[in-house]
Unconditional design. Structure first.
Length: 80
């Protein structure tokens, strides 16, 4: 199973790559597989260093909230 955390595009580069922010971690990934243009602020899903698709901002925020809730619950379980 693969869990893809929504990432927000923060920079565009001339070599068809973009810098994304994934929960505070910035990294550069390839956008070569994208058929539609990306813009700063877009939310995307990434697999093995490639942007696979763009997702709606509302959907991205819901996914991020759920992911953070899971992480918080796991942290509480570890403390118990």
């Amino acid at each position: 199973m693969c869990l893809s955390v929504p990432s927000q595009v923060t920079e565009l580069h001339d070599d068809a790559s973009v810098t994304v922010n994934t929960l505070g971690v910035k990294r550069r990934v390839s956008a070569h597989l994208m058929t539609e243009p990306l813009a700063i602020g877009d939310f995307v899903l990434i697999h093995i260093g490639f942007v696979m698709n763009k997702i709606d901002k509302t959907e991205a925020n819901l996914s991020l909230a759920l992911y953070k809730e899971i992480v918080e619950k796991l942290a509480l379980e570890e403390q118990a």
